[in-house]
Design a protein around this ligand. Structure first.
Ligand code: CA
Length: 225
């Protein structure tokens, strides 16, 4: 998943960042409200982890901003124990959940996953797409009920394709979703091709259909037909 961590406490934001990266997520950090608003404007995040008390404003304003611009993506509020009002207002204006500080990182991760499932796959732990079945609890993928072994990137790519099926997906958006800002920008993004090719090969090897069509000059389309 691609995540935005909005937290002005540098040591906390660094620890959250380290933990979620270790879990395989792409993370970006904003230390101020202003920075967060700018990032949310440009990038598409699967979930924003949002501290309320920020040096230049109230984190709730980011929620208002995102909702008024109809930006998608889940929002998990991080709040101090005392601020019940903030949590309630937050939920009312569109946050998905909240977590009270201090919290365990495992709990944070579980909440993020559940928001993501709720927003993208109607809360299911299992996504079925014709002969492909994905268990999002243990990240296992089956084709015709036979387990196929995917790398982390291939797995994320498959989820991204299924969530965006029948739409043209540019190589740039794949890079942005799977690698975030951390990738060294090159003109070609040829490495995407290798991951797509390997994913396709593994599905087809288990007698799955070839859903991934190459749209010359644009990118790819995962076609449900
Ligand atoms: Ca704070």
């Amino acid at each position: 998943m691609k995540l935005l961590i909005v937290e002005d406490d540098r040591s906390l934001s660094r620890s959250i960042n380290d933990y979620l990266k270790m879990e395989g997520h792409i993370c970006e950090v904003a230390l101020t409200l202003n920075e967060a608003v700018q990032k949310a404007d440009i990038n598409k995040y699967d979930c924003v982890i949002l501290d309320i008390g920020l040096p230049d404003g109230n984190g709730l304003d980011l929620i208002r901003e995102m909702k008024s611009k109809k930006l998608t993506g889940g929002i998990l509020i991080l709040s101090a124990k005392s601020s019940l009002d903030d949590k309630l207002i937050g939920l009312k204006i569109g946050a998905d959940d909240y977590l009270t500080k201090p919290f365990h990182f495992a709990e944070l991760s579980a909440r993020i996953n559940s928001i993501h499932r709720r927003n993208n796959y109607l809360g299911l732990n299992e996504i079925t797409f014709n002969e492909i079945r994905i268990n999002t609890e243990d990240n296992q993928v089956y084709v015709h009920d036979k387990l196929i072994i995917l790398t982390k990137k291939e797995y994320d790519l498959l989820l991204f394709f299924i969530a965006n099926r029948n739409r043209i997906i540019t190589k740039e958006s794949i890079v942005e979703h799977l690698w975030g800002d951390n990738v060294i920008l090159t003109d070609s993004f040829d490495f995407v091709y290798t991951h797509v090719k390997n994913l396709r090969k593994k599905i087809v090897a288990s007698e799955g259909r070839n859903y991934i069509k190459c749209i010359y000059g644009f990118g790819y389309k995962f076609i449900d037909s």
